[in-house]
Design a protein around this ligand. Structure first.
Ligand code: ABU
Length: 379
């Protein structure tokens, strides 16, 4: 008997419903990005001083791919269908009529690019020139889903111009030499390297809780981007959130919903939005500070923080995948009543993140629910 091909259904409303189908990224060809207005890498200790760029070392790529493949297998062993993107040649220049960028980035973190809301997958704008074409690596999968699922809404946010007016010139170069308090001032002012010239956002700045979407204003997501999302999802309530973090990038190592009524909050990056705290309080959600991370320093050549400790993936509302070295975080999850599946994943950090970053939902078994029936007026 020929094996029956699994047909795709796109559906995912939150971070915890039972996971049935997911995309897992790849490390192939990932680059230390060439400098650009939205991003400047400076890692002289690892052979990439400011202004230089190039592929991450092959032995690092191989280790990261081993861990990604192993994670894909762990998911499949639990009955989850896993798809993988098609890497591009990320060492090539990216170019539009407005600019030329000397390199691209990679395709490890699908969570940054693809935002799944119900039966829709939205290709987000991204805000770095090196990541402008990253959506192309997911097109073979999205085309397939479009053919197989007649209800799939395949959407793309307006491709941004990313011209000089989209950025505060030299923000990243100047920010390097500032002390923590001066850097934090940007957070209090909600103004980093992006201007408000056009809508810009990464999918990983969005925390999905049914009818409510919590969107972090950050170094890669501006107010215009959050406004665009609210207009695009008129049936949802889109809430802007900020946290005590000088260079915020992506909400999924900062504020992570685990199941209805319970959210894990970064113990250092506390929420700054009073309305958000009120919203969680009046709806009886518990906000639990996360455990201490296992690592004191970022991984080699990684732009992600040690808080990848809380960058977890929920298999279902009772089961969580956690990086295997994060023993304190695993203990905390046990105490909270979760089954924990440890996953070796630290070697993936340099390629763009942790377990949540490395995935994008296609199907979670569940429906659209209202977990915040009481709302804070004007928020
Ligand atoms: N891209 C998720 C990682 C964010 C962070 O390091 O805090």
């Amino acid at each position: 008997m020929p094996e029956e091909k699994t047909k795709t259904v796109v559906n995912s409303w939150n971070e915890w419903d039972p996971l049935k189908h997911v995309i897992v990224g790849r490390a192939d060809g990932t680059m230390v990005q060439a400098p650009e207005p939205a991003c400047v890498r400076n890692w002289p200790q690892y052979g990439f001083p400011m202004g230089t760029y190039g592929p991450l070392p092959k032995e690092m790529e191989e280790k990261a791919n081993e861990q990604l493949d192993n994670f894909a297998k762990l998911l499949e062993d639990r009955g989850v269908r896993v798809d993988r993107p098609t890497p591009l040649d990320f060492s090539q220049k990216a170019q539009t009529p407005d600019w030329v960028q000397e390199s691209m980035f990679g395709v490890m973190p699908p969570r940054d690019v693809l935002l799944t809301v119900g039966n829709e997958i939205l290709e987000t704008t991204m805000s770095q020139r090196s990541r402008w074409f990253e959506y192309l690596a997911y097109r073979p999968l999205l085309e397939q889903y479009y053919k197989e699922d007649p209800n799939f809404r395949w959407e793309a946010a307006p491709k941004p111009r990313l011209i000089d007016q989209s950025y505060h010139k030299d923000f990243w170069i100047n920010n390097e030499s500032k002390d923590e308090e001066a850097k934090m001032q940007h957070t209090y002012n909600k103004e980093w390297g992006l201007t408000e010239a056009e809508p810009l956002f990464d999918a990983a700045d969005v925390g999905r809780c049914g009818k409510d979407l919590f969107v972090q204003r950050s170094t890669v997501t501006n107010a215009a981007g959050i406004d665009w999302m609210q207009r695009h999802f008129p049936e949802h309530r889109v809430h802007e959130v900020t946290f005590l973090e000088p260079e915020p990038m992506h909400i999924d190592a900062t504020f992570v919903a685990l199941r209805p009524g319970l959210v894990l909050s970064n113990r250092k990056r506390v929420p700054l939005s009073e309305e958000m705290k009120e919203l969680f309080k009046i709806n009886d959600w518990e906000i639990v500070p996360c455990a201490e991370p296992a690592h004191e320093h970022k991984a080699k050549l990684s732009f992600c923080s040690v808080w990848l400790s809380m960058n977890i993936l929920m298999l279902d509302p009772k089961t969580v995948f956690v990086e295997e070295q994060e023993t304190a975080q695993m203990e905390q999850f046990n105490e909270l009543g979760f089954n924990v599946i440890p996953v070796p994943f630290w070697d993936v950090a340099a390629f763009g993140g942790g377990l949540h970053c490395a995935t994008a939902d296609v199907y979670r078994e569940g429906t659209l629910e209202d977990y915040f029936p009481k709302q804070v007026p004007g928020y």
